[in-house]
Design a binder for this molecule. Structure first.
Ligand code: ADP
Ligand code: MG
Ligand code: ZN
Length: 391
């Protein structure tokens, strides 16, 4: 029998605020900052310490909700999610549960079969945990990250392959970067993925038991982890077995998922409304003013590049995948006498290869746009040959 995957993604993204979610502690780089220096009674869960909400975090979350075309709820509720872990000093995480900030959005991705809308179930605010690490038989805890604003973005189970998962994650990351709410720096763990995976008989509309793969912290791990899990579950069903609902880790070295624990359900967390915070009530006029301030998003920019510059969809998508690259293209076009299509094929072709070969980030392009425009024009005018232009 042929099996098809059903996948839903949960993405956690730290919000780029100066201070933490419920206290005044500075948000610092979790790799370079000295451990346990940016902490206070609130974010280390001392008895009697009270949370105060960071307005900027709410604003950034609303930006995301609007950009994902969600309904923004003018009243949402913070809730306690209770569990014990050494990186969670309060013994509960302040999150949102049955009344999240935003629901029912979508992200359009490109698939082999054409564009597809992935439905966003919810976007809610919560706080990050501390960072636990293990070395030389010891365990270390760093609370600098404890209480950093975190946004959770959850899809419906709409993704049907590891390629779609990657396309979705890439698109979401680009949107968050364009909005200026997250740096997208996956090595620093500021954006983290969890994949919920099940498989079913191809063509069926039934939902089977899913497993949840935690801590997929790169596109590579995300793709390999879901691929492995799809194969593992398909083999279980092919043997006539049953898939257990559980929480899995992914080991990049072995390429395999492994069981961490049986799946906890919502009632295990004993969610209840956070008694130390009032309902989060937003004024519609504030939401509207945030909407007006949104930048042009990758999807709209792609459409504009196709219409305004006559680019092929594939080139337009490549150029708009990173804001810095799109901006560079537009400056070169404005400085150059050559047609936009010519500029596009230069940048999307030879030039991107050159940047990739030298491992240069598009936010750091070393060639001034004027110079590049002149070069392209010299080739267009046949002052120099195309090949001379390329070296
Ligand atoms: P929980 O809150 O317990 O993690 P949810 O029902 O909120 O569970 O779903 C979490 C994620 O799992 C969502 O992204 C959802 O789309 C996805 N999901 C739900 N059912 C399935 C399934 N049968 N197969 C794959 N993914 C699923
Ligand atoms: Mg979950
Ligand atoms: Zn603090």
């Amino acid at each position: 029998m042929k099996y098809e995957p059903v996948i839903g993604l949960e993405v956690h993204a730290e919000l780029l605020t100066k201070s933490k979610m419920f206290c005044g502690c500075e948000v610092v780089d979790s790799i370079t900052a000295k451990p346990n220096r940016y902490i206070c009674p609130v974010c280390t869960g001392q008895p009697g310490a009270l949370p105060v909400l960071n307005q900027k975090a709410v604003e950034l979350a609303v930006r995301v909700g609007l950009a994902l075309e969600c309904e923004i709820h003018t009243e949402s509720i913070f809730a306690r999610k209770n569990y014990f872990y050494p990186d969670l000093p309060k013994g509960y995480q302040i999150s949102q549960y049955d009344q999240p900030l935003a629901t029912d959005g979508k992200i359009r991705i490109e698939t082999e079969a054409g564009p597809k809308d992935v439905r966003i179930r919810r976007v809610h605010l919560e706080e990050d945990t501390g960072k636990l690490s293990h070395a030389d038989g010891h365990s270390f805890i760093d609370y600098n990250r404890s209480g950093v604003p975190l946004l959770e973005i959850v899809t419906e189970p709409d993704l049907c392959s590891p390629e779609e998962v990657k396309a979705y994650a890439t698109k979401l990351r680009a949107i968050l970067r364009t909005l200026g709410v997250n740096s997208g720096d996956m090595e620093k763990g500021v954006i983290r993925f969890e994949a919920n995976v099940s498989v079913r008989a191809a063509g069926s509309d039934q939902f089977n038991t899913r497993t949840e793969i935690k801590n997929l912290n790169s596109f590579r791990a995300l793709t390999l982890g879901t691929e492995y899990e799809i194969k593992r579950q398909s083999e279980i069903y092919a043997r006539g077995g049953t898939v257990e609902q559980e929480t899995l880790g992914f080991n990049e070295a072995t390429g395999k998922t492994y069981s961490q624990r049986g799946k906890e359900s919502a009632h295990d967390y004993r969610y209840f409304p956070e008694p130390d915070l009032p309902p989060l009530v937003l004024e519609q006029s504030w939401i509207d003013s945030i909407r007006k301030s949104l930048p042009e998003l990758p999807e709209a920019k792609t459409r504009r590049f196709i219409e305004q510059y006559g680019l092929k969809p594939q080139e337009a998508r490549l150029l708009t995948s990173e804001k810095a690259l799109a901006d560079y293209f537009e400056v070169v076009v404005s400085k150059s006498k050559s047609p936009a299509k010519t500029v596009s094929s230069w940048i999307a072709g030879e030039f991107m290869r050159y940047l990739n070969d030298l491992n240069i980030d598009v936010t750091n392009i070393p060639v001034p746009a004027e110079e590049f425009a002149k070069l392209i024009d010299m080739v267009t005018d046949k002052t120099i040959s195309g090949n001379a232009g390329k070296v």
